[in-house]
Design a protein around this ligand. Structure first.
Ligand SMILES: [Zn+2]
Length: 1004
């Protein structure tokens, strides 16, 4: 098996030409060297002297860097196989040069390198002092404020070198049960630089060009005078930008409104805001969101700011009922109309000319003949008179019916099949899981997805049970009893029956129900505890292959596959590797067979959904690998207990079986896509192959910038997804989006979307951790945060004291998200966390859309003790910090994966009684996992709130009830992302101070 990652991707520079997917003028092979890639040595951070705009080209013949190195964007991409395991990387020095060259923030005398920069852990452990700017000869940006030169703040304390970020949290001798935020007074004002601490920080005055407005006014606002002397004021946590406030403000400003997509480069409302989309020529933000809606005109600008240019595409996103579903356009045998040169599909960006006889492509400017059947006259505006009758002329999103040319082997596709594969080894039988699944399937299969308006589903179903061997079932409708066929040769997997294995549920209903009744009893007395895994997937693929259809495998599996068979795994969990160079190996999947399986699955359009019920380590990194490459989902229920976890699992299963999905998909983005992240398999550099893509899966596409874009035409992108519908029809789903281009960086920063940026960074970092030490990954996150903000400060902000932290309005909560990201399980490097849990989170995030990453990295913390039961409006969430909790309070915390109900120890008996029906907290059962159904307004309100939440989220969440000071409170507290991380990582405040200092270092 190849050691190079299973995607034989040529370097982008090779693939670019001749792909046909790139418009002229965009597609020239990147000739510039890499820069800003992941892997730079952040410790050494010399800013290049003025004028050193471009990094030196890399020596020829260097091995390509691993895919993960694309951490900082905008660079011409080197070869980037998805999840490449390539051990080679370009020499570090090269990358440093590149990274720094790109930044070009240097002016004035050569600054002190940030080699003294501390890994963030240090801050987390140290009372933080706001560093003064070095006493340089002149203030940055010619600021009139001369304060910084004359009044130096105390220097930050130097922490011991080499202390890993992910170390155990320091209690700091504070005698506090958890390393939450420091108690009042700890800061002792060490932070205070002018502006840094004003209450206006969180306000609008914080950001945007021309900043230092009224919002900056505050106790620390001002110049030299206030900087002098040891500051004594404690920094008010309310003074730093608040995510909940940003969310609230956007909801107040844009909530409840209609968002019409007729304006190029328009920044949509936040993902958290409730709004209605009206498609008027650009794709809904539910389908596509961008890191910025104004791309820089030149590659140099792109490099300078280091803001990634990316779009997060969720091609099958669910749209609310009040929004129009996609129109389907059918041009019959002619098929969709496309540009002859770049193959872009007919869309609002095609300009009709010559009386309507020809059209000019918006992507490549090629002039094409209009086919006779498609001809239409133009009106006095030069617009086709059928403009509003044709979705492909007037809308951002629509579908085309694809012709045979778009089908595999020019044969029309068949409806997909769902195969249910149940591990019937001892653990699953004993826990009652096998019986639970079988019972559920009897009703669930009535709800298989169907075409809109269709009477029944055309999806076929099949059943397999297995432990060390596989049992296939013949459930042909003509049979009185199901028949079992056993395959025990795991080395040569084959499907022992064709006819009768994949059937229509309605037709075979009685045989299937008969089978589902029998399965739990058949294996009731099993002693078999060993399982196979890879052969199970192999069997599923073979079955689909034989039936010539795509489909999905639902695998319900209990343990690490140790039985003698291909794909056998062993326990390779080793906590000693944590915080070492080799930690990454814990997250790298086993190569070889599993790679091949992924390939086979993608080729067949076979998606793998894995439901895991482990009681110990299962090598999640490997077991989940096929799922993540096939558009599948991995669900994990550790130490599954029927009574506590049954409902949670069943609701996941129901959602999974019913959800909207397309199979055998190929996605191509026209623009200059350089890099893809997601639950995808990359076959070449422009196409993303997905065995399936469902309504929750998003692909993050990074764009490269190696040319000049025009302000006039803007940047156009078209995402075309070819797929098979649930009824077996081949279709093309088209999403178009037009962005602005500007030669002003201020426009770019103004049009940024923090939530989208964070999605990009999360996926980049989680991919990079397969190839790089976590410490490096975290450091690059910090450095890039500082770079992006420093560039804004230098180029876009009005002059002000260097000691003022100035953030772009659109990115003012960017630092809290970045800090939260670094504290997530996968990146934190703590031996206290389960390796499988970390791997699971890593895999889950790779397929997430913007809503999910936003919520994951900034959970909702909702106070419930004062809720107005009469109101429909939910209580406003508060900041995720221990400081917001109150002893008499009750709070709901939710991040899309975990759901907590936290009870303060001084909760009133009335509240406890109304929710739990017990007189006090002490009377509560310890393992409560759901709320009793009580007939009072508080109970009803809370339960309906939770129900609504669960309904909104792609995955089900198990409710955990924690009491203040209980052991289980740790689980809850790790989600208080503004506080110090329980397993390492700085508090928001400390992180912001640190970033501020980095910015100042970059600017001096
Ligand atoms: Zn074209």
């Amino acid at each position: 098996m190849s050691q190079q990652g299973y995607v034989a991707t040529p370097p982008y520079s090779q693939a670019q030409s001749g792909m046909g997917g790139y418009p002229a003028g965009f597609g020239s092979a990147p000739s510039q060297p890499l820069y800003g890639h992941y892997g730079g040595q952040p410790q050494s951070f010399p800013v290049p002297p003025t004028g050193m705009m471009k990094p030196a080209p890399p020596p020829t013949g260097l091995p390509s860097p691993p895919a993960s190195s694309h951490y900082i964007s905008n660079g011409p991409s080197p070869s980037s196989p998805y999840h490449s395991m390539s051990p080679q990387a370009p020499p570090q020095a090269q990358q440093v040069t590149n990274q720094m060259g790109a930044m070009n923030l240097g002016y004035g005398p050569p600054p002190a390198p940030i080699s003294q920069a501390l890994p963030t852990s240090h801050l987390a452990q140290q009372p933080f002092h706001s560093a003064p700017p070095p006493a340089m000869g002149h203030p940055p940006l010619g600021s009139p404020c001369t304060g910084p030169q004359s009044h130096r703040m105390p220097s930050p304390q130097s922490p011991p070198a080499g202390q890993p970020m992910g170390g155990p949290p320091s209690m700091g001798g504070m005698g506090r049960p958890y390393p939450g935020p420091p108690p009042p007074g700890q800061f002792g004002g060490q932070m205070a630089g002018p502006g840094m601490a004003g209450p206006g920080m969180a306000g609008p005055g914080m950001a945007g060009p021309g900043m230092a407005g009224p919002g900056m006014a505050g106790p620390f606002q001002g110049g030299a005078a206030q900087m002098a002397g040891p500051p004594q004021k404690k920094l008010d946590p309310d003074s730093i930008p608040s995510t909940t406030q940003v969310i609230e403000d956007d909801q107040a400003k844009r909530g409840g409104q209609v968002y019409a997509t007729n304006v190029r480069g328009q920044v949509p409302p936040l993902v958290t805001t409730n709004f209605t989309v009206q498609d008027q020529g650009n794709a809904s933000p539910r389908y596509m969101r961008c890191t910025t809606y104004s791309f820089p005109c030149t590659a140099d600008l792109a490099k300078q700011c280091q803001v990634p240019l990316a779009t997060i595409i969720k091609p099958f996103a669910t749209v609310p009922k009040n929004e129009t579903p996609l129109y389907v356009v059918n041009h019959g045998e002619a098929g969709p109309i496309r540009c002859n040169r770049c193959k872009a599909y007919m869309c609002p960006y095609m300009q009709f000319i010559d009386g309507g006889r020809r059209f000019q492509c918006g992507f490549c400017s090629c002039v094409n003949e209009v086919p006779a059947f498609y001809f239409q006259h133009l009106d006095h505006m030069g617009r086709r008179v059928d403009f509003y009758e044709r979705p492909e002329l007037s809308l951002g999103s629509y579908e085309f019916v694809a012709t045979l040319d778009y089908c595999k082997n020019n044969k029309s596709a068949s409806p997909p099949a769902y195969i249910f594969m149940i591990d019937v080894s001892y653990a699953n039988v004993k826990s009652g899981l096998v019986r639970l699944i079988c019972e559920e399937l009897k009703t669930l299969l009535d709800n298989l997805p169907r075409e809109e308006g269709a009477e029944s589903s055309t999806v076929k179903v099949g059943f397999v049970t297995y432990n060390k061997i596989l049992h296939f079932y013949n459930v042909k409708s003509a049979l009185a009893q199901p028949q079992m066929m056993v395959v025990s040769d795991m080395a040569e997997m084959f499907v022992p029956l064709l006819d009768g294995f994949l059937v229509n549920f309605q037709e075979s209903c009685s045989v299937i129900n008969n089978l589902l009744d029998q399965i739990p009893d058949m294996f009731a007395d099993t002693n078999e505890s060993e399982t196979v895994f890879a052969p199970v997937i192999q069997a599923g693929v073979e079955a689909l292959k034989a039936a010539e259809c795509s489909g999905k495998l639902f695998i319900f599996h209990s343990s690490i596959p140790t039985a003698e068979a291909p794909g056998k795994l062993k326990n390779r969990d080793d906590k000693k590797l944590i915080n070492t160079e080799k930690e990454k190996t814990l997250f790298q999947p086993q190569k070889g067979l599993y790679e091949q399986l992924s390939k086979d699955c993608v080729a067949q359009g076979c998606s793998v959904d894995l439901f895991l019920f482990p009681s110990q380590y299962v090598d999640m990194a490997t077991m989940g690998d096929v799922s993540t490459h096939t558009g599948g989902t991995v669900h994990k229920y550790s130490n599954f207990q029927l009574e506590l976890d049954g409902e949670h699992f069943l609701s996941d299963l129901r959602k999974d079986v019913r959800k909207a999905i397309g199979f055998d998909a190929i996605m191509r983005v026209r623009f200059r896509a350089t890099d893809f992240f997601g639950a995808v398999h990359m076959n070449n550099t422009t196409d993303v192959e997905m065995a399936a893509v469902d309504c929750d899966k998003a692909v993050t596409v990074e764009f490269k910038h190696d040319d000049t874009l025009s302000e006039e035409t803007g940047a156009l992108m078209q995402c075309a997804l070819l797929y098979t519908t649930i009824s077996g029809q081949r279709r093309l789903r088209i999403h178009n989006l037009s962005l602005n281009c500007s030669s002003q960086l201020s426009e770019l920063y103004k049009s940024c979307e923090t939530d989208a940026l964070i999605n990009f960074f999360a996926k980049s970092a989680y991919r990079a951790m397969l190839n790089q030490p976590l410490k490096t990954v975290r450091e690059i996150l910090v450095n890039q945060t500082a770079h992006m903000l420093a560039c804004y400060r230098k180029n876009c902000a009005s002059p002000s004291a260097a000691s003022q932290l100035i953030l772009p309005d659109a990115m003012k909560v960017f630092p809290i998200y970045m800090n939260s990201l670094m504290k997530t399980g996968p990146l934190v490097g703590s031996a206290e966390l389960s390796t499988d849990d970390r791997a699971h989170q890593r895999l889950s995030v790779m397929a997430m859309g913007v809503e999910e990453t936003q919520l994951l990295l900034y959970p909702r913390l909702v106070p419930l003790h004062n809720m107005d039961v009469a109101s429909d409006v939910l209580p406003a969430p508060v900041r995720c910090s221990e400081e917001r909790l109150t002893d008499a309070g009750m709070f709901l915390l939710e991040n899309g994966h975990s759901l907590f109900l936290w009870l303060g120890q001084a909760c009133t008996p009335e509240l406890v009684q109304s929710i739990f029906n017990v007189p006090s907290l002490a009377h509560m059962p310890s393992d409560l996992s759901s709320l009793p159904v009580l007939d009072n307004p508080q109970s009803k309100k809370l339960r309906s709130m939770i129900e609504a939440l669960l309904d909104q989220r792609p995955k089900s969440m198990k409710l955990l009830i924690v009491r203040q000071k209980d052991r289980s409170e740790m689980l809850f507290r790790q989600h208080l992302v503004e506080d110090k991380g329980l397993h390492g990582g700085a508090s928001y405040m400390d992180f912001l101070c640190y970033v501020h200092r980095e910015i100042r270092n970059l600017l001096t």
